[in-house]
Design a protein around this ligand. Structure first.
Ligand code: NOJ
Length: 804
């Protein structure tokens, strides 16, 4: 027996001895019996036993999870073994260089921190082999072998990129949205991720803010349903499985209400406004079981969210009963100093005391909390609580049982971009497109000469939208490719870029920070337009694909003019002059001002940023394979001067006069209507739906009961189509001022041509309830108006009287 023979056996013994893989022990023992004489076998067996005892003894004193302990007991015992530095270490979250760096600071010396137990989690890396190495470093080299969390911005898909969240919301299909989050969770977990920084549930009423693209829009009711669907999609029913991931709800709170739509800006808001309109989606995410929250960058009434004790501890944990852990946003603990709250040590202490358990990037917790404890600025109980919550999250994720259970390298490849995932992404895309205008030109016939023109028509980089971290834009099918594939053999397709997305060099530089979304053509603007016009003149129809570059929305992407950039406007005007029919396909991550387009285009289809399957999805809708059914979840203003603009506004004491009869002293503008160009809930179809009058099960209900309001909807057009019926409530007399109407229900149905359906909405006293000045949630007896219709502007209505 040579050493050569023995060594490979011994090398295999070590991992097999681990309590994590005891089942693999038996075949190894058999091999030994056949290969070595009895003495050697005994010696080896004894050695093996010793090794196992040493190892399992170690596991008792480490992060590995013995089966006989409850979570509570296990974490109690672990906490007892931890030094102060190790406890503070769990509160530290660092970004891997090369990952998604969204701030100006970077954590230093990650490896040293991991080895010394000064790291709770890492984010910004999604290579399972690399993650395995890092996890191994934590498990093997740190004193207590506590595994790390691995987080990532999985915002609208992981490898398979789904439409951006504002688009997904436009589907009004919560089952579909949940499935999309599930697929994202499956793909991300297969890449070693156990924690995703999604959903973003910030209510947004100001389209100047670039991050409207990441949320569900302006309505708290719809936003709440979507928040819950996404949390459940990511987390599934059992967080300890290898294909479920912990959601991180963000950004707590009111991030979308920054003054003037400017990124990271201040928020000053009454509690009444918060409770009624802004907080419900966060609360819905808590109720859906979200495991973690992320604080927002903004201050709220003078106290930044990251240091806001009322927000994080009294409201989120106290009033709502949130049991998970709270991380800061990127550098938002250290940025408290910029808010003017003190020295680095002071702000770190403030954040911890407020309830921020984990610091994302900045290292203030690991560098200052020990001294703050020694100088009695914080307590050990506060450190223990935060550390406990993070350990609990790791426990729930099954990481103490098996730190590597997300790290099966074969699974990663198998689960990426499968045909099923791509099919779902396409279904999500087609359901998210909103038809804003159609004079009858759509659906197009896939024949004749089609001129596809525009800088976004053939740009893979832009199909994926903002916040695509792990997806490969090169895997996207562009709109030109999608159209060419669709019409192949029937029609002919030409393509011209026509214009650069923008000719503004500063804007281009900022947008191109991560990838080259805005390219500059070697031709002059005039030459590009001339070539495009020539192509349009030779065609039967123009499909103009225009709008924003992907990163003209997203983080740090506020705009004061929310229009189609001027280089493209010039192109559109030149194309219009050809007199050829023009369909505009719009790509954008926010509501845009579209007055010119609304007037001059024959049809206007908003496809947002559709993701990996952009091309086939757009082609399917343009050529009528799929009938568009998306509805806006943010109002589209006529001009930026109208923003913030939202459907559930108050009436004021001097309600505006829609007819504009010239009278003064109304709450309106001299130069513009108050009404949006396209209202909340708006979206057309290739077919028509007619609504009958509303019937209620009881027009004089009493007390705490539920009534039904039913409407008959008929497909009166030629195509099968999906319609989202929306139910709104107006409360004309209350103890505080109320919105002119609030969404209280919606249903998406599919009808064949000529088909009718009675669609019921259940209305309970909960739907009538609101927050009063004392923040009591309740309802008053009296008259209510129920409205049901195709959007927030066009509704049937009925008055009911509800007695106490
Ligand atoms: C900053 C963003 O605000 C947040 O949404 C994101 O999750 C973190 N950076 C991590 O990338």
């Amino acid at each position: 027996m040579s050493k050569k023979n023995l060594n490979p056996g011994l090398r295999t013994i070590q991992p097999l001895c681990s309590p994590l893989s005891l089942t693999a022990f038996r075949p190894l023992k058999l091999t030994f019996t056949y290969r070595y004489n009895r003495h050697i076998t005994y010696i080896l067996a004894a050695l093996l036993l010793c090794l196992c005892i040493v190892k399992s003894g170690r596991s008792q004193s480490t992060g590995a999870q013995p089966a006989h302990l409850t979570a509570q007991q296990f974490i109690d015992q672990l906490l007892q073994k931890m030094t102060l530095e190790e406890k503070i270490g769990q509160l530290n979250l660092s970004v891997m260089s090369g990952g998604a760096v969204t701030g100006t600071t970077m954590s230093a010396d990650i490896v040293t921190h991991i080895k010394s137990g000064r790291m709770g989690g890492i984010f910004g890396i999604w290579d399972p082999a690399e993650i395995r190495k890092i996890q191994q470093l934590a498990v093997d080299s740190s004193r207590l072998h506590i595994p790390l969390l691995f987080g990532l911005d999985v915002i609208h898909g992981h490898k398979t990129i789904f439409p951006v969240p504002l688009a997904l919301a436009s589907s009004w299909d919560t089952a579909l949205i949940r499935k999309a989050a599930r697929v994202a969770g499956i793909e991300a977990s297969a890449d070693g991720i156990n924690w995703v920084y999604s959903p973003m549930v910030d209510i947004a009423r100001d389209p100047r803010w670039g991050r409207v693209v990441e949320g569900a829009g302006e309505d708290p009711f719809l936003g709440s349903q979507i928040a819950a669907a996404m949390v459940k999609g990511y987390q599934g029913d059992d967080l300890s499985l290898s294909n479920t991931v912990m959601a991180c709800v963000k950004h707590f709170a009111l991030y979308g209400a920054g003054v003037a739509g400017r990124e990271y800006n201040s928020v000053d808001m009454s509690r009444l406004q918060m409770y009624q309109y802004y907080l419900p989606p966060y609360k819905a995410a808590v109720d859906a079981g979200a495991g973690s929250f992320m604080t927002s960058f903004n201050d709220i009434n003078g106290m930044p969210a990251t240091a806001n004790h009322w927000l994080l501890t009294d409201l989120l944990r106290g009033e709502w009963g949130f049991k998970g852990f709270i991380t800061s946003d990127y550098g938002s603990v250290s940025e408290l100093a910029n808010h003017g709250l003190g020295t680095p040590a002071q702000v770190a202490a403030l954040a911890l005391k407020a309830g921020t358990d984990m610091e994302m990037v900045g290292d203030l917790y690991i560098n200052t909390l020990k001294q703050s404890l020694e100088s009695h600025k914080i307590t050990l109980a506060e450190i223990n609580s935060s550390c406990r919550r993070i350990l609990e999250a790791k426990y729930r994720l099954g990481l103490f049982k098996d730190p590597y259970h997300y790290l099966d390298l074969k699974r990663s490849k198998k689960l990426e971009m499968t045909p099923e995932h791509l099919e779902l992404a396409k279904e999500a895309a087609t359901n998210s497109f909103v038809l804003l205008k159609n004079d009858g030109i759509l659906p197009l016939k896939p024949t004749g000469k089609i001129a596809v023109i525009g800088p976004l028509a053939d740009s893979k980089e832009n199909m994926v939208g903002a916040w695509n971290i792990a997806g490969d834009p090169q895997q996207c099918v562009t709109i030109v490719e999608g159209i060419k594939n669709f019409v192949a053999g029937d029609g002919t397709v030409t393509f011209q870029k026509g214009a650069n997305i923008t000719d503004d060099s500063l804007l281009r530089k900022r947008v191109n920070t991560f990838k080259k979304e805005i390219t500059t053509d070697p031709r002059s603007a005039e030459e590009m337009i001339r070539d495009a016009v020539k192509s349009a003149e030779n065609a039967d129809v123009i499909i103009a694909v225009v709008g924003e570059a992907a990163d003209m929305t997203g983080e740090s992407a506020s705009r004061t003019e929310i229009n189609i950039p001027s280089s493209q406007q010039r192109l559109l005007k030149a194309l219009r002059k050809t007199g050829k029919p023009m369909v505009m396909v719009l790509m954008n991550g926010r509501p845009l001002t579209l007055n010119w387009a609304d007037k001059h285009a024959n049809a206007l289809l908003d496809v947002w940023f559709p993701g990996t399957t952009a091309g086939p999805a757009v082609a399917d809708v343009l050529f009528g394979q799929v009938n568009p059914s998306g509805k806006l979840t943010m109002s589209f203003p006529r001009s930026v001067g109208q923003v913030p603009i939202y459907y559930n506004h108050k009436s004021t004491g001097r309600p505006f006069d829609e007819q504009k009869d010239g009278s003064k002293f109304k709450s309106d503008y001299l130069d513009q209507s108050n009404l949006p160009l396209y209202p909340f809930g708006y979206g057309l179809s290739y077919t028509k739906f007619s609504y009958g009058p509303i019937k209620v099960s009881d027009q004089h209900p009493k007390g705490n009961q539920t009534i039904t309001a039913t409407v008959k909807v008929t497909n009166t057009g030629k195509y099968r189509g999906k319609e989202t019926l929306q139910c709104y409530l107006t409360d004309p007399v209350a103890r505080v001022t109320r919105s002119v109407q609030d969404l209280i229900g919606f249903k998406k149905i599919s009808l064949a041509p000529g088909e009718s359906r009675e669609v019921p909405f259940e209305i309970s006293t909960r739907s009538l309830s609101y927050y009063d000045e004392d923040l009591h949630f309740g309802w008053d007896p009296g008259a209510f108006i129920i409205r049901i219709g195709t959007n927030s502007r066009d509704t049937e209505s009925i008055k009911i009287d509800w007695e106490k």
